[in-house]
Design a protein around this ligand. Sequence first.
Ligand code: NAD
Ligand code: 0WE
Length: 255
Amino acid sequence: MGLMTGKRGVIFGVANDKSIAWGIAQQLHEAGAELAFTYLNESMERRVKPLAESLGSTIVLPCDVQNDDEMAAVFAELGKQWGEIDFVVHAVAFANREDLKNPFSQTSREGFQLALDISAYSLISMTRYAIPILKPGASIVTMTYLGSVRAVPAYNVMGVAKAALESSVRYLAAELGEKEIRVNAVSAGPIKTLAASGIGGFKDKLKFAEERAALRRLVSQDDVGRATLYLLSDLASGVTGEVHYVDGGFSIVAG
Ligand code: NAD
Ligand code: 0WE
């Protein structure tokens, strides 16, 4: 019997086998969970379908989180096939590349709205569509980053989006506690993924994190996957509204 045996849930945010969402999926699968996946578009579909199949998943659905109809269709289909579900993983973020490069004060209204819509509002709409099929005891986890609470060079509008995301975690947790639904965030240290590969000077950030972290190492998709597994499982039945750092202790040191 695994920690997640008999539990079912959906994972948003797998792009390829380097994705944090994929690290989470592997841990959930090993623990006995049954998984559904969503993908952004056709180019992602080609990568996500074989990954999903490798874990025995048969429910793989399109979902651009900016599109309410697609989001509604995902949870309608899950309701049809499974009735109710036990967990949701939100591992989705996007900002215009120039907004992660230009001075922060140059952020356009459109760029701000795009980053906040995809990276923060989507947790609210995802939760809203999930609620009708979430079991009591269900758990929602989203992925965040230290740039929400510190001015990390170049993270810019994504930092504002992550601050909104973390605040949304607290408001959703406060609202859904009476339904015995938990909502938490995992704040991961820097990891080389597709989303990170577009960032200038990311290598230097990795080196800095490795040198300064209390554990003197980077964190992996597996490190994040295991902590997320805990938050999604009944081991964390008393934990909600939290931002749980999985950064090797980078954020707790100074000097
Ligand atoms: P990734 O590129 O593998 O995943 C990002 C995902 O977001 C992709 O699957 C992409 O398809 C999806 N996405 C973007 N726009 C979307 C939209 N409109 N609709 C649906 N999906 C959309 O990169 P990752 O690093 O695994 O990122 C996953 C999460 O982890 C993000 O929230 C990111 O902010 C967070 N995070 C990443 C790091 C890091 O260093 N890599 C650190 C902390 C937190
Ligand atoms: O959340 C993220 C990255 C999110 C992201 C990445 C991209 C690159 C490609 C959002 N939008 C885009 N848009 C693109 O066009 N991380 C936590 C990883 C990350 O990004 C940084 C970091 C870290 C860490 C950017 C600057 C500084 C540090």
